[in-house]
Design a protein around this ligand. Structure first.
Ligand code: ATP
Length: 315
């Protein structure tokens, strides 16, 4: 087999935070959080190919029909905004894996198929990193004949790349504590139905945290914790029972920086959504609805109004 045929592909989901509480800023600048992560049925794929060159190259394409493809169609986004150098989280993930194997003879190409909006609060870059960890791990093991890294080793590398990367590697639903990287998987009784609405411009996560700290400067911020009954309702309750417990500390900060999200949230209430919330640090908005038919109908209406919208299951 020629080296150009050696390739491995892996996928990783985007996420929403059904609940997100952030504590006060720590001395190291990070925030302790209490997060209920839930994977969504739209996500990223990374194909890692061994090349005859040297170093790591990156290609990026949009998944047809995805939020990213809709943003491209509307001219509100360009794939050029995704870094293709060593600052791409997928490249950092690949390098972290390769460092654990004998040196590669040849180079690496990472082809990223993007579905998750960039800087959208859905952990797109983290999903690219998780998919790259899995794909490059399998490729490096095949090429070297060494055993692949086990799940624990990959999770450790993931935590070193970013707070959301471990969850992108595991998927499903999980409570995240510490910076979000310490995970406890939780059960989901029945998949939730969401409509995701992407914004025209991304929101950098550090700016949203800075705005949160500014808005709460005079408050005595308590340590973050999940509300009583939240995990139980996700495991055994209905979407109607879950809806009142959903909350996101970052939402007020995201709205302060991007007030144009107010009508996007209000559109959900007008359409009968059970809850509407900003995903993570935003600006993607998620509307929780009762079933798949309601999600498809709401996504159609919102797309008709010109917004990139997608009906998804979670997880
Ligand atoms: P999170 O919710 O995890 O905080 P996000 O989903 O809001 O993140 P990302 O799309 O992960 O945001 O990326 C944020 C920034 O990271 C981008 O603006 C870009 O400069 C940089 N970046 C690095 N690697 C990637 C990648 N693979 N895909 C997209 N952006 C990346």
């Amino acid at each position: 087999m020629s080296t150009s045929q050696l390739a491995e592909r892996a996928g990783a989901p985007g996420k929403v935070n059904l609940f997100f509480a952030a504590g006060p800023p720590r001395p190291d600048g990070y925030h302790d959080v209490a997060s209920l992560y839930c994977a969504v049925s739209t996500g990223e794929t990374v194909r890692a190919t061994l090349t005859r060159g040297a170093g790591t190259t990156v290609g990026v394409a949009a998944v047809p029909g995805s939020l990213v493809a809709q943003q491209l169609d509307r001219g509100t986004f360009s794939l050029d905004t995704v870094p293709t150098d060593g600052s791409n989280l997928a490249v950092r993930a690949a390098e972290a894996v390769l460092a654990r194997f004998p040196p590669l003879v040849g180079g690496l190409h990472l082809q990223i198929d993007k579905a998750v909006p960039v800087a959208g609060g859905m952990g797109g870059g983290s999903a690219d990193a998780a998919a790259a960890l899995a794909a490059v791990n399998r490729l490096a093991a095949r090429v070297s004949g060494e055993p692949a890294l086990d799940d624990d080793a990959l999770l450790e590398l993931a935590a070193g790349l970013g707070a959301d990367v471990p969850f992108a590697l595991t998927g499903g639903a999980a409570v995240g504590t510490g910076t979000g990287a310490r995970l406890r998987p939780v059960a989901v009784g029945a998949p939730l139905h969401l409509v995701l609405v992407a914004a025209e411009a991304g929101l950098p996560t550090p700016a949203v945290y800075a705005e949160l700290d500014r808005l709460r400067a005079d408050e005595d911020v308590p340590p973050p914790r999940l509300p009583e009954g939240l995990v139980e309702r996700l495991g055994a309750g209905t979407a109607e029972e879950l809806a009142p417990l959903l909350a996101n500390d970052l939402q007020s900060a995201a709205l302060s920086l991007a007030p144009q999200l107010e009508p996007v949230l209000a559109a959900g209430a007008d359409a009968g959504a059970l809850a509407s919330f900003v995903s993570g640090s935003g600006p993607t908005v998620a509307h929780l609805v009762a079933d798949a038919a309601a999600a498809a109908a709401l996504a159609d209406v919102l797309r008709g109004q010109g917004a990139p919208a997608l009906a998804v299951r979670a997880p």
